[in-house]
Design a protein around this ligand. Structure first.
Ligand code: 4AD
Ligand code: MG
Length: 458
């Protein structure tokens, strides 16, 4: 007999079934029965198994909270509260029992505690739901771009270039740290594995641009790494980013695509993860579904950085960070604008040149660049993007101004030499998206194995 997933029998016909999963709870009745709640991860709901003591006496002691079992029996309508179907067990087999010190006993555990047992936390209701939603969102990302004819591109994880120039990168080396080869006292990286200094990528954008200059519309979806020492609920040292890059798009078209993208992802997950979303909306944040619906139904507000600064300056709010034209918008500013002023997602564009990377196209006048950030209420920045500088001379100048060595980026400059084209793109932080959709407070709880400063254990 083949295994049936619990999700396929919650409303199923009466019949003989075989299920396999983990025992969430066990309750024994005086009448000689045990009631087991079994979950196999296929859906939020457990299935109740009713086992007659006399029938499973030989394995009874091993069927404990946390144990893994297979149950063959009859699926019938349940008379008990809280479930429509249950299984009357005919045969129970125990794959692995679980001793009494199983850490996930029947009570609510804090997410901090669960992070310390990252190998067991996927068995909880919350993490099961988070991972199913994360999975659906990953699938919808591909659906969105594939439906539009974008090509999925895998960009390298080991790289020699720093795309964003904003933070520290993780260095990759096979040299002996206690005794690296040196010339004139300096470490000789020409003798390192790749013959030069290499790092873990902070973004696949520059490589994405290469392929956009041939295939026109591409997207990447992969891990990126940032060695910033930021211990916030919105930052990871290793996170997944989606980066579409499009030839022939200007900044307006870039913003249009970003808005459609977010709306598509939210409606898709609401449709296909209804049960898990209902859980988040009752147990994690009771405003999520209403907020998501509001986002899907309304246009995002678009305003320039300069207008954003004016809005902030005339607000009565006491911000921790000063509001001045020329400085970066802080999370508190971004959230104030989207939550209090506009009460919906906003796209801020045309940022001051000095606070943005070298590859962004300059506006006339040269003070601002064609950059845009999408900011969501309750979250802040989810997307950062821009129109790229396609003019060779201008790009060269920007690199020199930012103290970058043009020789190291000769291949990137070449794209502007041989058949350059206007183009744009953006990056969406995948974990921030999952965080927004689930309402989870800490980004460490929406990725299977979070990497943050001093944490790489699980
Ligand atoms: O704004 P960022 O740094 O943009 C880029 O990397 C561009 N190369 C994208 C592009 O134009 N192709 O990062 C993009 C997004 C942010 O908006 C944020 O959602 C997420 O990536 N992000 C992080 N997510 C988790 N942890 C971190 N440390 C993150 N840093 C950025
Ligand atoms: Mg950004």
């Amino acid at each position: 007999m083949t295994r049936t997933k619990i999700k396929d029998l919650i409303h199923g016909e009466e019949r003989e079934v075989l299920v396999k999963g983990w025992v969430k709870t066990r309750r024994d009745s005086k009448g000689g029965f045990s009631f087991l709640q079994i979950n196999d991860g296929s859906c939020f709901a457990d299935i109740q198994v009713v086992a007659e003591h006399s029938r499973y006496a030989s394995v009874e002691k091993q069927v404990t909270t946390g144990s893994c079992v297979s149950v063959r029996g009859k699926l019938v309508a349940s008379e008990g509260k809280g479930q429509s179907r249950e299984i009357q067990a005919a045969e129970i087999h125990v794959y692995g029992s679980s001793p009494v010190d199983y850490p996930l006993q029947k009570k609510r555990h804090s997410f901090e505690f669960l992070r310390e047992i990252a190998h067991l936390r996927p068995r909880t209701n919350t993490f099961g739901a988070v991972m199913r939603v994360r999975n659906r969102l990953a699938f919808s990302i591909h659906r969105f771009f594939q439906a539009r004819g974008f090509i999925y591109l895998n960009t390298p994880i080991v790289t020699t270039s720093d795309c964003e120039g904003a933070g520290k990168m993780f260095q990759v080396t096979t040299m002996d740290m206690s005794n690296p080869p040196r010339v004139n006292g300096e470490i000789d990286f020409s003798r390192d594995f790749f013959g030069e200094k290499t790092f873990l990528t902070v973004s696949g954008q520059l490589e994405g641009e290469i392929y956009a200059m041939a295939l026109a519309e591409i997207y990447t979806f992969g891990p990126t790494f940032r060695a910033e020492n930021s211990n916030t609920s919105r930052h990871l040292s290793e996170f997944w980013m989606v980066e579409p890059e499009m030839a022939f798009y200007d900044l307006d078209e870039d913003m249009d695509l970003a808005e459609k993208f977010i709306k598509f992802l939210l409606s898709d997950v609401m449709e296909h993860c209804a049960e898990d979303m209902e859980f988040f909306n009752t147990r994690i944040d009771t405003t999520i579904l209403a907020t998501m619906k509001n986002i899907i139904d309304n246009q995002f507000e678009r305003l320039t950085y300069t207008d954003a600064i004016h809005q902030l300056q005339k607000s009565p709010e006491a911000f921790t960070y000063p509001v001045e034209w020329g400085s970066a918008l802080q999370a508190e500013h971004e959230r104030y604008l989207s939550e209090k002023v506009f009460k919906k997602p906003i796209i801020v564009f045309n940022y001051p040149e000095p606070i943005k990377p070298f590859y962004m196209k300059l506006n006339d006048g040269g003070e601002t660049v064609l950059a845009m950030d999408v900011l969501l209420p309750n979250l802040g920045e989810i997307i950062g993007g821009s129109q790229r500088e396609e003019n060779y001379e201008m790009l060269l100048q920007r690199m020199r101004d930012k103290n970058l060595n043009p020789e190291e980026y000769w291949w990137y400059l070449d794209l502007r030499k041989f058949g350059s084209a206007p183009h744009s793109g953006f990056g969406l932080g995948f974990e921030r998206l999952v965080q927004f959709v689930t309402g989870m407070g800490n980004i460490r709880d929406v990725i299977p194995f979070p990497r943050t400063p001093k944490h790489a254990k699980f």
